[in-house]
Write a protein that binds this ligand. Sequence first.
Ligand code: NAP
Length: 252
Amino acid sequence: MRLAGKRALVTGASQGIGRATALMLAREGADVAINHYPDKAGTHRRNAESVAAEIEGMGRRALVVGADVALEEPSNRMVEEAIQAFGSLDILVNNAGILRDATLRNLTREHWDEVLDVNLGSMFNCSKPAAIHMREREKGSIVNIASVIALMGNIGQTNYAAAKAGAIGFTKSLARELARYHVRVNAVAPGFMDTDMTRAIDPEIKEHVRQQIPLGHFGTADDVAAAILFLASDDARYITGEVLSVNGGWYM
Ligand code: NAP
């Protein structure tokens, strides 16, 4: 097992790529804190609890933590809670993300801010307390989820592309800051993955995208989780500040 004895926190882990990542890290031996959006209705919590139950079924420890990662205080508290519960934190996966697509003329300032706050602000909010902890221990790995859209742009996604491109710049700068403390920081840039985030997209647009993908099909949440696992593990011990594309060749 590649992560035996490690402790991880995955944001937005109640579904999709975050869920697949939490399960894969646990399968490789890690205890995992599962963050979900703190919803009143309880669906997100229940989803997160089912991920936790699967992880506990593997014999690992799991912690369910509701926190809006767009907000600094709750994010800080969540990281602290994970460190307290597990005793330390070795891996942070900044995965939570949202879309609010519209061409610039129709994009509201509210949707600009929301996308920047959830996709990029969250990386500041969660990485800062985690990085301070990892720096003190002189070990750790942070993996940030960017997007192919940061590299190629897309109509109707100025907000999302800006946030994800920001995530790449953030990754490289933090990698330089933390390298001397043996803490690595990398990013994964998924292409078009079959998750809830993309399921609602018009079938015609999806088919148009699919035809541009050399491998001929969309990726899965597990395809991204495998790349995250690699970067989080010691297999990637000499890799920092890197952006690993998982996109079937759509953009190379
Ligand atoms: P998803 O199924 O929509 O999952 C997104 C996750 O983010 C959910 O678990 C959601 O939690 C969480 N989240 C959203 N806002 C949050 C907040 N304020 N606080 C805490 N958690 C929040 O999407 P996905 O496809 O798995 O995407 C995961 C990541 O990959 C995102 O960063 C996304 O931008 C990126 N990505 C995805 C694709 C793709 O094709 N799917 C491509 C490139 C990049 P709740 O369910 O609890 O609300």
